[in-house]
Design a protein around this ligand. Structure first.
Ligand SMILES: *[C@@H]1O[C@H](CO)[C@@H](O)[C@H](O)[C@H]1NC(C)=O
Ligand SMILES: *[C@@H]1O[C@H](CO)[C@@H](O)[C@H](O)[C@H]1NC(C)=O
Ligand SMILES: *[C@@H]1O[C@H](CO)[C@@H](O)[C@H](O)[C@H]1NC(C)=O
Ligand SMILES: *[C@@H]1O[C@H](CO)[C@@H](O)[C@H](O)[C@H]1NC(C)=O
Ligand SMILES: *[C@@H]1O[C@H](CO)[C@@H](O)[C@H](O)[C@H]1NC(C)=O
Ligand SMILES: *[C@@H]1O[C@H](CO)[C@@H](O)[C@H](O)[C@H]1NC(C)=O
Ligand SMILES: *[C@@H]1O[C@H](CO)[C@@H](O)[C@H](O)[C@H]1NC(C)=O
Ligand SMILES: *[C@@H]1O[C@H](CO)[C@@H](O)[C@H](O)[C@H]1NC(C)=O
Ligand SMILES: *[C@@H]1O[C@H](CO)[C@@H](O)[C@H](O)[C@H]1NC(C)=O
Ligand SMILES: *[C@@H]1O[C@H](CO)[C@@H](O)[C@H](O)[C@H]1NC(C)=O
Ligand SMILES: *[C@@H]1O[C@H](CO)[C@@H](O)[C@H](O)[C@H]1NC(C)=O
Ligand SMILES: *[C@@H]1O[C@H](CO)[C@@H](O)[C@H](O)[C@H]1NC(C)=O
Length: 790
């Protein structure tokens, strides 16, 4: 990952320094003209390369000109005797063109030993087999090239290779490295020390070809085979290679394997096996890896107990074992890991209580024990270093602990059984941006001293027994995006004073004891960014809060240029999620899509008519006004809500006919108009042909399909018969797709995103911790198209 790359760069720079001291000799004139040819054949591009490790992005070729000695040019290294060019380092140099195409002048530099094209863009061109002519190469780095075509078989001619790094990002097809080429390469290049083939399709290699790596036993230091589509069984003996310091075989879901349970005494420093089908237990023998500092074994099938001896590895800094099938307690020996920065054991089946050692690890920065079966209470943390704490979804109970505030940023203890009061001091944690205490047994009131200038972006206290009133100092949380206070016992009037919070996107007060009418004091800018407004299940009275609704600016605009899902919040360590009730079921959206816009005013005592202006909220996805005392007719303007997927007006006192134009809502997946006093013929056509009678029952004067009551003598109101369906784009297919999207959008997507969560999460984490930006090559699960494609 980033730091490896950084060390390569430093290595190359040192190499350059080393050689430049011999640069008194002038360069070989043939080589010089080859380099000038090369310069002329490529274009310098204005791009913003993906590598933050690049200190600058200036094209190195800018310094190349016929007047000066080529041994002094940027990125060029000469041999000290004959002035031949032996090193070419064009990393961080935004060039475009057929850098390694058939006519590339690079292939004429026959003395080349080091070639580094760490580049952003090779424009999808293939690597020409002539690469095999550079037989003196010891170091070949083609990092992050968008190459197309396969790795040429001639690469096996490079018998002097010590360092091979082909890290590719696929365009349409992933470059393949076939069995034949691999076997010959390993056979020939017996000095290979570092192999990195990230992103290359090596699916044709079986266990026996991989076993050839044991022939490199005396030289191999580092093996990096991320996302190489390997399948079958990984040869265990590779782990035992005597000089191997680094193994990365991540994101190979079909690769089976086990860790060696004996004879494992090697100088391994980093072991990355994640998103694989590795299984079996973490053997005691891991304790022999005395140099190990980075252990990433997440999202695989490891099971069994965590061996206490693992925590004898006192150099450990990163220890990720999340999303496996580990059982039993967390060994108390954890106290020995005084260098540990990150501990993630989430998503296993660990039980017992949190060992005391966890509370005092002096370097611990991130602790994630969520999604296990931990019991017992949480005691006070005595470490000052902790910034991120996730203990959600366990069986923890007892009183809410007090935390050392110096630096806490994320505090997530949701879905446990904590009791007692929320400490008042929480409101004064200056760096805290996510506070999630959902679904516990907390009581008392919400802390009333949120300090000014606090960092809070998310406050979720849903599902406790908190009482009101709401503290006015919530107004100091000017960065707040999500405020979820649902399912508590808060008794208060509507908190109109929150309307000035400039970034508030989600406000849920559902299922509390809020009361009174909701009147606006007439300001235009109320809740300017609100996307989810849920005040259902309270005791609100009076007219619908029209003056607010018609000013929800954010709900009025549909962003047509947005592709792919976007979420509220953008952090490695905390994803906003919330419960919504749809079709009578509770769904947890594991991350809140910014495209989700929802108004839920159901189960109150609102009266009066539905305001026509509601038709302005063009991006609205869900509207629930059910179980109120709403009168009047269904406004025709509702048909303007072209994104609406979910409309519930049931259990009110609505009269009149169902507007024919509602059939224009071709995203509508859920419709409930039952228990009203609607009359006339039910419209037919498009989505309306997919609703069943549940949508209409309890309206004695409604008739027509899908009700059994026929409309004797009444005029058929099918609009679809009045114009051509295909021409209008509303054919049968559109109906089905529309229906499917609604469901996928609201529900399935949330789950997809849940499963796809980790890679992105982890990448972001490493980026934040190490301040580097990683190339995104592993996002295959995240490509989910939203909405309809017209
Ligand atoms: C570089 O200069 C030499 C002599 O001054 C000349 O012969 C040669 O053509 C020049 N090459 C280029 C590429 O301009
Ligand atoms: C390579 O050079 C030859 C001869 O100069 C030319 O015909 C051919 O088009 C070139 N190929 C590419 C891909 O530039
Ligand atoms: C091995 O390397 C040598 C020297 O480059 C080369 O001549 C030979 O063809 C290579 N053998 C294979 C099997 O690639
Ligand atoms: C990898 O290569 C194999 C053939 O060697 C091919 O069947 C497979 O589709 C490729 N996978 C990807 C993701 O390109
Ligand atoms: C690997 O090593 C073994 C024994 O040292 C040898 O017989 C075999 O030919 C080697 N294989 C290759 C591909 O180099
Ligand atoms: C993982 O391995 C198990 C057997 O160990 C196998 O049943 C399962 O199908 C494998 N899963 C994948 C995705 O290869
Ligand atoms: C472990 O090493 C011993 C002694 O070298 C050897 O006898 C034994 O077969 C090895 N076990 C494995 C599983 O390689
Ligand atoms: C913890 O899990 C292990 C393995 O499933 C089980 O044997 C043990 O009884 C459990 N302990 C407790 C306290 O639940
Ligand atoms: C939650 O904790 C209380 C004691 O604080 C206990 O009575 C109750 O049974 C616990 N609930 C669950 C679901 O464990
Ligand atoms: C908030 O309340 C806690 C507990 O009462 C107190 O220690 C702290 O000083 C208060 N902070 C502010 C800013 O009032
Ligand atoms: C709303 O309630 C307040 C008192 O709480 C009352 O003065 C006001 O008239 C009510 N407004 C409406 C429109 O009912
Ligand atoms: C629309 O979405 C695009 C892509 O996500 C974004 O760059 C742009 O700022 C958005 N526009 C608005 C008005 O939100």
């Amino acid at each position: 990952m980033g730091w490896i790359l950084a060390s390569y760069l430093i290595f190359f720079q040192l190499l350059l320094l080393h050689f430049s001291s011999y640069n008194c000799l002038s360069c070989n004139s043939d080589d010089k003209s080859v380099l000038l040819q090369f310069k002329n054949s490529v274009a310098v591009v204005q791009s913003s390369p993906t590598f933050d490790v690049c200190v600058s992005h200036s094209p190195k070729t800018a310094t190349w000109n016929n007047e000066t000695d080529c041994c002094g040019w940027d990125g060029v290294v000469c041999d000290s005797e004959l002035g031949h060019v032996i090193g070419l380092d064009l990393s961080c140099s935004p060039l475009k063109g057929e850098l390694l195409g058939p006519n590339s002048s690079i292939f004429k530099l026959r003395h080349l030993q080091q070639l580094n094209l760490l580049s952003d863009d090779l424009d999808g061109s293939p690597i020409h087999p002539a690469i095999g002519d550079l037989v003196s190469l010891t170091d070949l780095t083609l990092y992050y090239l968008r190459i197309s075509g396969d790795v040429p078989s001639t690469i096996s001619h490079l018998s002097k290779l010590e360092h091979l790094d082909l890290t590719v990002e696929s365009l349409d097809s992933t470059p393949r490295l076939d069995l034949y080429t691999w076997n010959r390469l390993i056979h020939n290049a017996t000095n290979l020390r570092e192999i990195s083939l990230r992103g290359v399709n090596m699916s044709s290699l079986g266990e026996s070809s991989l076993s050839l790596l044991t022939n490199l036993s005396s030289s191999l230091l580092s093996l990096h085979l991320t996302d190489t589509k390997l399948q079958g069984k990984w040869p265990t003996e590779i782990f035992r290679l005597p000089n191997l310091q680094e193994i990365r075989i991540l994101t190979n879901e079909n690769l089976r394997g086990e860790l060696p349970n004996s004879n494992w005494t090697t100088p391994l420093k980093t072991l990355f096996i994640y998103q694989t089908n590795f299984s079996g237990d973490i053997p005691d023998s891991i304790a022999h890896l005395k140099s190990l500092y980075s252990l990433f074994l997440f999202e695989s099938n490891f099971d069994g107990f965590i061996p206490p001896s693992l925590f004898d590895l006192t150099h450990l800094i990163f220890l990720y074992l999340s999303d496996n099938k580990l059982v039993g307690p967390i060994p108390t020996q954890i106290i020995k890991l005084s260098n540990l920065l990150l501990l993630d054991l989430s998503g296993n089946m660990l039980n017992g209580s949190i060992p005391l050692g966890c509370y005092s690890l002096p370097s611990l920065f991130i602790l994630d024990l969520s999604n296990n079966q931990l019991t017992g209470s949480i005691v006070e943390f005595s470490t000052n270093s902790l910034k991120f704490l996730k203990l959600s979804n366990n069986k923890l109970q007892g009183y809410f602990p007090n935390f050392l505030a110096p630096h806490m940023q994320v505090l997530d203890i949701s879905h446990n059984n904590l009791t007692g009061l929320i400490p008042k001091s929480l409101g004064t944690f200056f760096f805290l941006w996510a506070l999630d205490l959902q679904d516990n047994n907390l009581h008392g009131s919400i802390p009333d001293n949120f300090s000014e200038g606090n960092a809070l972006e998310t406050i979720k206290l849903n599902g406790n027994h908190l009482k009101g009133p709401l503290p006015r100092t919530l107004n100091h949380c000017t960065n707040l995006e999500v405020l979820d206070l649902g399912n508590n016992d808060i008794e208060d009037k509507f908190p109109y004073w929150l309307k000035t919070l400039p970034t508030l996107q989600v406000l849920s007060l559902q299922s509390n004891k809020f009361y009174g009418n909701i009147t606006s004091l007439g300001t235009k800018l109320s809740f300017p960014r609100l996307r989810i407004f849920d005040i259902s299940n309270n005791y609100f009275i009076g007219p619908l809060p029209t003056s607010y609704i018609v000013n929800f600016q954010e709900m009025m605009n549909v962003n047509h240029s947005q592709t792919g899902p976007k979420y509220i919040g953008n952090y490695p360590l905390y994803n906003d999620s919330m419960m919504i009730v749809m079709k009578g079921l509770h769904w947890e959206l594991t991350r809140i899509l910014t495209a989700l816009t929802l108004i839920n005013l159901s189960n109150n005592m609102f009266e009066g008519e539905i305001p026509k202006a509601i038709g302005e909220l063009k991006s609205l996805i869900g509207l629930n006004l059910s179980h109120n005392k709403i009168t009047g007719t269904i406004p025709v303007s509702l048909s303007n809500l072209r994104n609406l997927e979910w409309l519930d007006l049931s259990c009110n006192q609505l009269k009149g006919e169902i507007p024919m134009t509602l059939t224009n809502l071709n995203s509508l997946a859920v419709l409930n108009l039952s228990q009203n006093q609607l009359e006339g013929v039910i419209p037919t056509g498009r989505q309306f042909d997919t609703f069943d009678n549940i949508s209409y029952v309890g309206n004695p004067m409604l008739c027509g399909f899908p009700l059994s009551r026929s409309c004797k003598g009444k005029k058929e109101r099918s609009k679809s018969s009045t114009f051509d369906e295909e021409e209008s784009g509303f054919g049968w297919k559109a109906v089905v797709i529309g229906y499917g999207c609604g469901t996928i959008f609201g529900i399935i997507l949330g789950y997809n995103v849940f499963f796809a969560r980790k890679p992105h999460w982890l990448a972001r984490l490493v980026e934040v911790v190490l301040k580097v930006k990683l190339p995104r090559t592993n996002n295959r699960k995240r490509v989910i198209r939203l909405g309809r494609k017209n």
